[in-house]
Design a protein around this ligand. Structure first.
Ligand SMILES: [Zn+2]
Length: 380
């Protein structure tokens, strides 16, 4: 078994009621910790010289503390048990001389946290919410999905200043296909707006400075058309246009380099469309003159960067109907050029480009798994 444990941190957007309960839990966890610490310190002072007495002295049971402070029953009981375990561990580390003596926790520390462990699937992500014990569904900013097949082992709820976060300890088995092991795969759908939409819903768009340069070019071209051909002003304007063209080309290259570098560094398997501009112009209404150079260059950059890094790039069969296929049920339907949302009779409703990107990502995985990618795929 090749399990990997990783941490994922997400920003939380709790309701006022949930904030109250979270803060209450911080308080209870601090209290448990401080009571246990006080007890340990006193015992250490009393029996420090007599190790056999010290060892026989059991840690106070958190249940006993809860009975003294019944409001502790209102908060996640796992968080209290965890505090108790952490204190025991802190003392073990102290006695091992690997750590300093544990310290009291202060309510004035701007960073507060508690940790809870999963039992019976009680911690899980549901859409853009995370289900947490006692708190119920807490809104979160899911900027990055957990890897497929992940199991959430523990969650630490943290407050840093005004902001709340959850950090998840996740265990998963990496996907093994063929002889390659990889953890992260992604599909890209080239888009009319910007560069592409990926199968995680992230849209890569050109930076504003690039768009501003294009606007400027348009203006300068208009000025140029008003000049008398052959005049000195015409020639000056011509020179200005040439240098602006070069500037734009460099800005574009720079952006495409960064975008392809990011993908190759982040993902192990990248699936893209096979570049067929005539076909793409039909299904996506690309204005060929503006976009073709970018997609071609971007594809080339992806190819050689993937090769250098030992990553896999798969080009999906150009006849695969990524736009027409439902990424949920696999049915096909015709899509009009300006239909922005994919609606399927199965009830699936999704942004057109995202639906296509997911299809491309899945096709890439299937192609790789079955080694059916033939000559169109570049794999190492
Ligand atoms: Zn469907």
């Amino acid at each position: 078994m090749n399990e990997t444990i990783k941490g994922y941190v997400y920003r939380l957007k709790p309701t006022a009621k949930q904030i109250n309960l979270i803060n209450q839990t911080f308080g209870c966890v601090r209290k448990i910790w401080n009571i246990l610490l006080l007890e340990r310190k006193s015992i250490y002072e009393l029996y420090g010289k007599y190790p056999e007495l010290l060892n026989s002295h059991q840690y106070m049971n958190p249940k006993y503390i809860k009975e003294q402070f019944p409001y502790m029953y209102d908060v996640d009981s796992q968080s209290l048990t965890t505090a108790w375990l952490y204190l025991k561990q802190a003392y073990t580390n102290f006695f091992n001389q690997s750590h300093d003596e544990p310290k009291y926790k202060s309510r004035h520390n701007p960073i507060q946290s508690y940790t809870t462990h999963t039992t019976n699937d009680n911690i899980r992500i549901e859409d853009t919410y995370i289900k947490l014990p006692k708190l119920g569904l807490v809104k979160m900013k899911l900027h990055r999905a957990l890897p497929q097949g992940s199991i959430i082992k523990a969650a630490t709820i943290k407050k840093d200043g005004k902001h709340y976060y959850v950090s998840l300890r996740v265990e998963y088995e990496p996907l093994i296909l063929g002889e390659k092991t990889f953890e992260k795969a992604i599909g890209l759908d080239y888009t009319l707006q910007g560069l592409y939409m990926d199968s995680e819903g992230h849209q890569a768009d050109y930076p504003n400075y690039y768009k501003e340069s294009l606007e400027k070019l348009k203006k300068e071209q208009q000025i140029s058309s008003r000049r008398v051909k052959g005049s000195s002003n015409y020639l000056k304007q011509k020179e200005k246009l040439a240098s602006l063209h070069l500037h734009i080309k460099n800005q574009r290259k720079d952006f495409l380099h960064k975008a392809s570098r990011y993908l190759v560094n982040t993902y192990d398997l990248i699936s893209i469309e096979t570049l067929d501009l005539t076909e793409m112009a039909k299904t996506k209404h690309f204005r060929k003159s503006i976009y073709d150079t970018s997609f071609g260059t971007f594809t080339r950059y992806l190819e050689y960067k993937a090769k250098d890094e030992g990553k896999i790039l798969i080009k999906i069969d150009k006849y695969y109907p990524s736009t027409k296929t439902c990424s949920q049920c696999g049915r096909e339907r015709d899509m009009l050029l300006f239909e922005r949302t994919y609606h399927c009779m199965c009830g699936h409703k999704m942004d057109r480009d995202l639906n296509a990107a997911i299809n491309i990502g899945v096709q890439g995985l299937i192609a790789y798994a079955t080694k059916a990618y033939g000559t169109d795929a570049i794999a190492w």
